[in-house]
Design a protein around this ligand. Sequence first.
Ligand code: ACO
Length: 330
Amino acid sequence: MMGATIKSIGIYRPELEVTNAFFEAYLETSDEWIRERTGIERRYFSSEDEYTSDLCVKAVEALKKNHHTSVDDVDFVIVATSTPDQILPNVASRVQARLGISNAGCIDLSAACGGFVYGLILAKGLIAAQTHRRILVIGAETLSKAIDLSDRNSCILFGDGAGAVIVEASSDNHVFEPLTDTDGSLGKELFISHLSQTVDGEPILGDGKMHQNGRAVFRWAVSTLVKNIPVLLEKNKMTLEQVDYLIPHSANIRILEAVCKNLDFPMERCMESVRSYGNTSAASIPIAWYNGLASGKIKQNDQLLLIGFGGGLTCAGICLENKIVLGEAD
Ligand code: ACO
């Protein structure tokens, strides 16, 4: 079977930095509450005319610069997002056109904060099937456009950003066994709906804004990760001690702390992006991965366990051997 490897990465965040003081100014909340309950110090919001495809293109341009590489021979583009510019055309097609990639298949993937890992799993499968050889997988969100700024339970959590990697065919395989798991009966606990006014027959607000039951999502996230990380390790015939870095979706620092405590895994080996970027959904894992590389913590050949979770409620994990090295251009 054809193997897969990942050697390149790029990220992008919008210019506008939004600190907790922004919310303090008009909501009944405080910098202290937000930091203590979520870990978040700041996030970045896209400008009014900046959309998810714009963030994707900038992340890919960063990838090209970081690795002195081209994307001309990419043969498939997967964009994981819950905040596409529009439903149709998909974001991936806009990215293909803007980057001038010819002869590429293009799809958007809707799996909320699990989307980036689902994208890696699909890319690995296409490469194993030998139908494609070089696949751009991008996680990108402009959640600032989908939050209700008057809802203090959710608006303080989210930020915008993008992260891109190329999954490519390789004689040596470095992208290992995946895990996927979903409990769709909990869909009503976290949703953005433009069209339907119900989930599972229950009335919801179809206003295009993010709505969530924070406590229910929190509980589900911790128990799902604590259950699934050992299952994923078992599938890979690995122990937790062999994992150099855990990169879970960065939703709330307390979720990551609770998971690490439950699994007796050191928090110092858990990469996060939530403190400085907020919850960037599909972009949070590649941003945390990039930051781990840029800070010199994650090194070549390190064993990584990536696990995303979110709206669905759905979860996806994968084990990798890190082959990305950031060069002098970074
Ligand atoms: N500032 C001040 N007080 C607040 C705020 C705020 N921003 N938000 C809520 N509170 C209040 C509540 O009203 C409540 O007050 P009450 O006790 O008088 O009713 C109190 O704080 C405690 O509320 P909880 O909901 O119990 O607070 P909790 O510690 O659970 O934190 C939070 C809330 C941050 C939303 C947390 O539950 C969480 O992070 N959940 C996970 C959310 C998540 O990750 N969602 C995205 C998943 S990824 C995806 O798919 C997009």
